[in-house]
Design a protein around this ligand. Structure first.
Ligand code: FAD
Length: 318
């Protein structure tokens, strides 16, 4: 059976959970088995994961599962995997998944592959394609151990929808004794949409001339409830933090709407954003390569166009 770790944020699921569950469902079908989603901590209606591919959901709400603690979460995931006889575990390669995947694999002497970008090929053994060298190359890896752990690159697999909800089972073993660390305080950036989770992203490139011009990008993002992103040179020059760098050597994102402002659309940039549902490009150069990948294009100066869009958004919001 295939087990998928469905990551949550507070009381609701992260987008990466739906993606991992859809991947797990397709993997389970290719193995002729079922897909079970593992939820750690309480979530509003965990059975909803059925709509993204889970046949069943096991929610572990034992003591210690409220806040992420690596040893507790590994123990919870392991308990769920064993209770369901799962020999393949799928996680998203998020910060949490990157911590849990090797711990779980070590605990079970499982074959671990991180950075997975596709479904495994089962034609000769169990082989998966993974990205390596900061996405500059791919390698195909064969997993030979009976237990397998795969972590998939966030936003590399499409979320699928299925009818109906999944059956829900509860586990409540006290896991507080497994804890090795304790979070004393969690200081969250208020109001900021995480880039990998965002449905709308407003992104700026070198065409914006300098960090002092990002006010309009942030204002537009705030009006749209969007996250901000940037091209590689922009983060290399420290106009913006590296956490906003998208592309081949940065983060891969797949929002519903990606607005690229003053970005040429180099192939390395498109590698990280080309899967966006709708791409809108604002660029002074009608020959900019990004227009070929765009659904909507505005040939114009960002310093004229963006303030006009901001005014229009303010009118609409009012
Ligand atoms: C191995 C490797 C990995 C790389 N990885 C990445 C990556 O992960 N992500 C990434 O982004 N890049 C990456 N790059 C760099 C990539 O090749 C491009 O150099 C980079 O994406 C260009 O950034 P840019 O579009 O912001 O700047 P530029 O190429 O300088 O483009 C600026 C654009 O702004 C437009 N412009 C200028 N003024 C205005 C204005 N006033 N209003 C509107 N438009 C204007 C111009 O017409 C131009 O199209 C990588 C390169 C290599 C070799």
């Amino acid at each position: 059976m295939v087990l998928v770790f469905a990551e949550r944020e507070g009381n609701s699921f992260k987008k990466s959970a739906y993606e991992a569950v859809s991947y797990g469902r397709d993997l389970a079908e290719s193995l002729g088995t079922t897909c079970v989603a593992a939820v750690i901590g309480r979530v509003e209606n965990a059975g909803q994961l059925g709509r993204y591919g889970a046949h069943a959901v096991v929610e572990h709400t034992g003591a210690g599962t409220d806040v992420f603690e690596p040893a507790v979460y590994t123990a919870a995931l392991d308990e769920i995997a064993k209770s369901q006889n799962c020999d393949v575990v799928v996680l998203s390669g998020s910060y949490t998944g990157k911590i849990l995947a090797p711990k779980l694999a070590a605990r079970n002497k499982a074959a671990l592959v991180t950075g997975v970008v596709e479904l495994p090929d089962m034609s000769s053994g169990f082989t998966v394609r993974k990205s390596c060298y900061s996405n500059k190359a791919f390698t195909t890896v064969q997993l030979n151990a009976p237990n397998k752990v795969l972590s998939i690159i966030p936003n590399s697999y499409s979320i699928k929808e299925f009818p109906g909800e999944a059956t829900l089972t509860q586990l409540s073993t006290d896991l507080s004794g497994s804890s090795m660390t304790q979070s004393l305080e969690i200081d969250k950036q208020a109001g900021k949409v995480p880039l990998t989770e965002a449905e709308v992203v407003v992104s700026g490139g070198r065409g914006l001339k300098g960090p002092e011009n990002w006010g309009m990008i942030e204002e537009m993002a705030e009006l749209l409830g969007a996250a901000t992103a940037c091209s590689k040179p922009v983060s290399d020059m420290e106009w913006r933090p590296h956490s906003e760098h998208v592309g081949q050597t940065g983060i891969t994102i797949k929002p519903n709407l990606y607005i690229a402002i003053g970005i040429s659309g180099a192939i390395q940039h498109l590698a990280g954003v080309g899967g966006s549902k709708v791409i809108c490009v604002i660029n002074t150069d009608p020959e900019a390569p990004f227009f070929k990948a765009a659904d909507y294009g505005i040939v114009g100066d960002a310093f004229d166009v963006v303030p006009k869009l901001i005014n229009r958004l303010k009118e609409i919001n009012a």
